[in-house]
Structure formats: C-alpha cells, structure tokens
Design a protein around this ligand. Sequence first.
Ligand SMILES: Cc1cc2nc3c(=O)[nH]c(=O)nc-3n(C[C@H](O)[C@H](O)[C@H](O)COP(=O)(O)O)c2cc1C
Length: 232
Amino acid sequence: MKIAIIHGQSHEGSTCMAARELANKVGGEIREFFLPRDFNKPCLGCYTCFKTDLSSCPHYKELEPLVAAILDADLLILASPVYVYHATGAMMSFLDHFGTWWMVHRPLPEMSRKQAVAIATAAGGGMKSTVQDMADSLEMWGIRKVYKLGLGVQAAKADKIPDGILRKIHGKTDRLACRIRKNAGGRGCNSRAKKWFYVMRFAHRHFPPMEPDHSYWEKRNWHGKSRPWRQD
Ligand SMILES: Cc1cc2nc3c(=O)[nH]c(=O)nc-3n(C[C@H](O)[C@H](O)[C@H](O)COP(=O)(O)O)c2cc1C
C-alpha cells in the first residue's frame, strides 16, 4: 500500500510517533511531509483556484510535491498535535489550498479509491475538534473511508507518555491498521460527501450555473447518470 503522511508540525514528537506507528503497522511504501518545513504558505484568498484550477495557485510549485504524493497514495494520514483545541495553523493553512477539491466544487474521482486517517494527540483535551478539523477536508474531498484517531497522551513530550497510555495507543493503532488493511482495494464515497454531491447536483440543475464547476460536472456527466465514485 502507498502511504502519504502529512504532519502538521515539523518536529518528531508524540503525534509523529503515533502516525508512523500506524503507517508501519499498515505496511507499505511511506512518504512523509512536515508542515511548515515542506510547505509554509498561507492561502492568499485570491480565488485563482476557484476561478481556474488548483494548478494555477500562486503556491502550486511548492504545493505540487505534496499534491502528487496525496494523489499517488492509497492511504493518506493527516496528523496534528492539538494546539488550543484545533489542528496547527500550518495544517489548516495547507488544507485551505484545497477548497476546489471539495465535493461541492470540483471533486477528484480518484479520491473514491483512497482511505484516510485524521490523527491528533493532546495532553488532555481537544482531540475531537482537532481530528474533525482534518476530517472535514478528507471527507469533503470524497475519500472513500475516513477514520478518526484522537489520542490523549497526558504529556508534552513523547518520552514522557505514561506506560499505560502507550499500551493503549499501541492497541488502537493495531486495531485501526487491521481495519485499513481489511478495507484495502475498494471503491466508494463516504456518506457525508455523497449527500453533498446530491445537494449540489440539485443546485446545479435548478439555479444559474456557477462556473467552472458546472462545466466540470457536465463534462463528467454527473448531472446525468455518472458519479465521481464510479469514474476514473
Ligand atoms: C501551542 C500549544 C497549544 C496546545 N494546546 C493544547 C490543548 O488545547 N489541549 C491539550 O490537551 N493539549 C494542548 N497542547 C499540548 C499538546 O497538544 C500535546 O502535548 C501533544 O501531544 C504534543 O504533540 P507533539 O509531541 O507531536 O508536539 C498544546 C501544546 C502547544 C505547544
């Protein structure tokens, strides 16, 4: 399995440890990127991607290696420590660049072949909202299966995680890796994105067309019988 890990921090602490542990248990070819080290640009809000294409983004040259790794991956892992109850600014800035990939704009059919995991570690609280920050994008990109793993580590540093907590983390990554391996190779769309596909399809058919989204859908016959999760 091809695995891409996007780390929401540039250091190798508890979150990195948990993400790597999961990836190694799933097994395969692993590529890693660290934010902001490997991509550090905040979205400029220029709307170029919405008006034309992501490849016209002023940051595309720096973004391209990460985009290529995501598109090549069977399993995508987004991992972030909890910073004040949310994913790191670096992770959120990175995800801001992919608004056009959302199901309500111009989703990529190849997402229907992928699985993804949103992982967060916190000293005590905020795992749920942080995991959801990342899962919002993964789900709305139309990724087939999106798993959420929030870990309370009771520590600021990985080497200070209590043994009992470490054992629990090992158990959780064991079980999740097993599910991911079992679900490998399928095709589909998560239920949240599927619902938004049909909401948007209705809007496209009943309201004035928003371009270039409308033509993108029309070209792929999504206003007709085709669906992103059945297309290459
Ligand atoms: C700026 C900052 C904000 C943090 N905010 C929270 C928080 O809201 N809730 C929490 O439980 N831990 C918080 N923490 C602690 C980290 O989330 C926690 O120690 C995490 O496991 C660190 O992961 P890392 O080793 O990968 O950096 C914060 C740490 C930092 C540096």
